[in-house]
Design a protein around this ligand. Structure first.
Ligand SMILES: Cc1cc2nc3c(=O)[nH]c(=O)nc-3n(C[C@H](O)[C@H](O)[C@H](O)COP(=O)(O)OP(=O)(O)OC[C@H]3O[C@@H](n4cnc5c(N)ncnc54)[C@H](O)[C@@H]3O)c2cc1C
Length: 290
């Protein structure tokens, strides 16, 4: 289950990269970071790292961690949601098994007043992830991530919004074939603007999850017209100071906080997005007080 790679090089990489973005190995590490953001007027979304699990014992362990997380959020009265990946609760074993786990977790979270997001993974999982989401819609404490790089997303957003679902819009973090996803970054961004416009028109409550400041500024302008219940969200360690500024200007902001020992794949995705050395350097070494 633990995908951490042993050895000096990986230890160093873990300290340099993962330490920047990931709260630490344990629930208490994630809670400490979440409470620090809460003290600065920023909400949290906590994710236990791990994906593509194929062993039931690993999935059961993951469910225990999320249960403990839910209890901790509640007992600390933390302003925190959780976010889970379908393949860490059994989607690679079977849809029915994942659904059973997802509903159990979401019902437990509902009892404690904790909101549960479904992360979106590779394009091959989108249909099942949306099906999973619909199974919990009536509980009222669930949301789903949708990716603007996918050509299908306008259709998905329209359907989910019409059913009263709550969407977290992101650009998308996986490598996808040209048939299903826009490959050009500018096209992905253009589609984000287009999808955001659809959400403003058709949904009363949603999340804009990006570090792209022009998109955030555009959302703020649109909301002067539409008056929607919107939240902004960023990943921990990338633009914390911008998140703080947004919160101080009176906006609802959350930081997505991953934790757990399985730091490797998450860090590779963030490094790939950083794109070139100067961005990596900026993210790693610029002063971030929270
Ligand atoms: C709250 C949240 C939840 C997410 N959940 C999912 C999910 O479930 N599924 C999924 O596929 N993806 C998810 N993502 C990741 C998302 O898809 C993007 O990969 C990621 O947010 C980068 O895209 P961007 O919108 O910030 O735009 P980009 O165009 O990538 O970045 C905009 C600017 O932000 C800065 N920036 C972005 N990333 C970095 C970095 N790593 N280091 C330094 N600077 C950086 C740069 O200045 C860049 O120019 C999530 C993102 C967020 C914020």
């Amino acid at each position: 289950m633990d995908e951490a790679k042993p050895g000096i090089v990986s230890d160093l990489a873990e300290r340099i990269f993962a330490g920047r973005w990931i709260a630490g190995p344990c629930v208490k590490d994630a809670m400490n970071v979440a409470l620090r953001f809460n003290a600065n007027g920023i909400g949290a979304i906590i994710n236990y790292l791990g994906e593509a699990l194929s062993e039931k014992k690993d999935i059961s362990y993951t469910l225990d961690i999320y249960s403990s997380l839910i209890r901790n959020i509640s007992s600390n009265s933390a302003n925190s949601q959780i976010s889970i990946k379908p393949t860490q609760i059994g989607l690679d074993i079977s849809y029915q098994y994942a659904k059973k786990n997802y509903l159990k977790l979401t019902r437990a979270a509902c009892k404690k007043g904790v909101f549960v997001w479904l992360d979106m993974e590779e394009s091959s999982k989108v249909d099942d992830t949306i099906r999973l989401y619909y199974s919990a819609l009536k509980l009222g404490n669930a949301g789903i991530c949708i990716q603007s790089y996918l050509r299908r997303s306008a259709r998905d957003i329209t359907r989910i919004a019409a059913s009263g679902g709550i969407i977290r819009l992101v650009k998308g973090a996986y490598t996808e074939p040209e048939e299903v996803a826009y490959g050009d970054r500018a096209e992905v961004t253009r589609n984000y603007y287009r999808l955001m416009q659809i959400m403003f028109k058709s949904s009363s409550k949603f999340m804009i999850a990006t570090h792209d400041m022009p998109i955030i500024k555009r959302a703020l302008v649109l909301n002067k017209k539409y008056h929607r219940e919107i939240e902004f969200a960023m990943l921990n360690g990338i633009r914390n100071m911008d998140a703080l500024s947004l919160a101080r200007e009176g906006n609802d902001v959350r930081i997505y906080i991953p934790f757990g020992p399985s730091w490797f794949k998450y860090s590779v995705r963030r490094l790939r997005e950083a794109g070139h050395a100067s961005l990596i350097a900026r993210s790693l070494f610029s002063r971030q007080r929270i």
